[in-house]
Ligand binder design. Structure first.
Ligand code: FMN
Length: 203
């Protein structure tokens, strides 16, 4: 099984990217976690470049192809001003274009977030759940807040605590258990994913 990990931070020493890398070490042997590193190459979303008959920039194709080829996703988000970073929302918008069929359609997604403060990106994860759900993903109900990330990681970007590792391992185990083999992107019904998202939000 292949899991694509997307970190919402472009920062070289990002704790969220470190969390995605830690995840790659904690999955069972038959699960491969790949890190998507093209977030900073995506242009700002422009619907004029995303019409039937238009050809979006190459990084957009790469993003969509990698999401569609994955059996499941792990999306790890910082929290900026109480929500998801703009670069991450931008990527989700590119990958969810309605006329093509959302790359997230039916995709099983686990979310997580690390911050240096005490709440572990909990608001960003709530927003991320809603946005991904509207884009057609099946977002697992659990969140993974990692607070005081500057203390949670050592200077090599490794999690210091066995407890954090155990929490992350079980978060990933839930993702693997829920994920099914990669479906191809299916045409997105205008109402279906929105209804599914509302269902998730209400749970
Ligand atoms: C513009 C900006 C806004 C931020 N807003 C929040 C916030 O609302 N809540 C929070 O817990 N941390 C906030 N932070 C701190 C981030 O959690 C911290 O910088 C974190 O390390 C970013 O993730 P990264 O290490 O993966 O880059 C903010 C940081 C920046 C740069």
């Amino acid at each position: 099984m292949k899991v694509l990990a997307i970190s919402g931070s472009l920062r070289a020493d990002s704790y969220n990217t470190a969390l995605a890398r830690a995840a790659a070490e904690l999955v069972p042997d038959d699960v491969e976690v790949e890190l998507y590193d093209g977030l900073g190459l995506l242009p700002p979303y422009d619907q004029d470049l995303d019409q039937p008959g238009s050809d979006p920039p190459e990084p957009v194709h790469e993003l969509r192809d990698r999401i569609e080829a994955a059996d499941a996703l792990l999306v790890v988000t910082p929290e900026y001003n109480g929500s998801v970073p703009g670069v991450l929302k931008n990527a989700i918008d590119w990958a969810s274009a309605r006329h093509r069929g959302s790359s997230f359609a039916g995709k099983t997604v686990a979310i997580a977030g690390a911050t240096t403060g005490q709440y572990g990106a909990i608001w960003a994860q709530q927003d991320l759940r809603r946005v991904l759900g509207i884009a057609g993903a099946r977002v697992l109900p659990e969140e993974f807040p990692l607070s005081r990330a500057q203390e949670a990681f050592d200077e090599h970007g490794q999690l210091r605590s066995a407890l954090h590792e155990e929490r992350l391992r079980s978060h990933l185990a839930a993702l693997v258990a829920e994920a099914e083999p990669a479906p191809s992107a299916v045409a997105q019904n205008d109402e279906g994913p929105r209804e599914a998202a509302l269902h998730l939000v209400r749970r």
